[in-house]
Design a protein around this ligand. Structure first.
Ligand code: GLV
Ligand code: MN
Length: 226
């Protein structure tokens, strides 16, 4: 009996210590998206200088109901461009009331055959729903596995944070998706532009070796995307 007690007395603190170590290494929920706000709202004062993590708050006395509503998604985006798609951003820059709230949305319009080209969001996971038409939605994991599905109206998708993804309109008419992000400013790295139309451009020696093609192909891509 006495030795049983002695064992449980030593196992208890050891168990607690191990539990604390494991807990310390578990990802903190506040690291998975923008940090939590400390007040009801902080409508961005867009004239103020952005600080480390967002914009300064507009004085509460100047906040009106209108600050909390956004009509930027009422109009169809112009898809008359090389990709046949248009992203209307509903992030903190367009809708300052999102400041410190850790989320934002996009309206994405597609012409028939249009694509939202391969891109990634460095600061957010994306979820989306097809509102009109039929979209092929795909993303590639860090293990290079490609996941994709054709979605119709009402169907939803999720793109884990930072992974390269795209949508392509595979229906007969126009298509529309609404997407949402767990960041007020998710950022977008648009691969064709990032790789071939940066300022200044990435040296051809890097791109020819990376893509294993001759320089004329790289030059053509740079001209097309510039
Ligand atoms: C779609 O991928 C979007 O970024 O809105
Ligand atoms: Mn996206």
């Amino acid at each position: 009996m006495a030795s049983k007690l002695a064992v449980s007395r030593t196992v208890g603190p050891v168990y607690l210590f191990l539990l604390l170590i494991v807990a310390a290494f578990l990802p903190s929920p506040t690291l998975s998206s923008d940090s939590d706000p400390l007040q009801d709202f902080c409508v961005a004062d867009m004239k103020g200088k952005p600080s480390v993590n967002g914009f300064p708050c507009k004085p509460a006395t100047q906040v009106t109901s209108d600050d909390f509503f956004f009509s930027g998604f009422t109009k169809e985006g112009n898809t008359n461009n090389r990709f046949g798609s248009n992203v209307t951003a509903g992030n903190v820059l367009a809708f300052p009331a999102l400041n410190t709230l850790g989320l934002s949305m996009n309206r994405v319009d597609f012409a028939p055959g249009g694509i939202n080209p391969p891109h990634s969001h460095p600061r957010a996971t994306e979820a989306g729903v097809v509102v009109k038409g039929k979209l092929l939605v795909g993303f590639v994991t860090t293990e290079n596995v490609f996941h994709s599905k054709v979605l119709t109206v009402g169907e939803m998708f999720v793109i884990p944070r930072g992974l390269v993804h795209f949508q392509r309109n595979v229906g007969k008419g126009k298509a529309l998706a609404l997407t949402t992000f767990n960041s007020q400013l998710p950022g977008a790295v648009l691969l064709p532009n990032t790789l071939f139309a940066s300022t200044p451009t990435i040296p051809n020696q890097v791109l020819t070796k990376a893509f294993q093609v001759e320089e004329d192909i790289i030059n053509k891509l740079k001209i097309k995307l510039s």
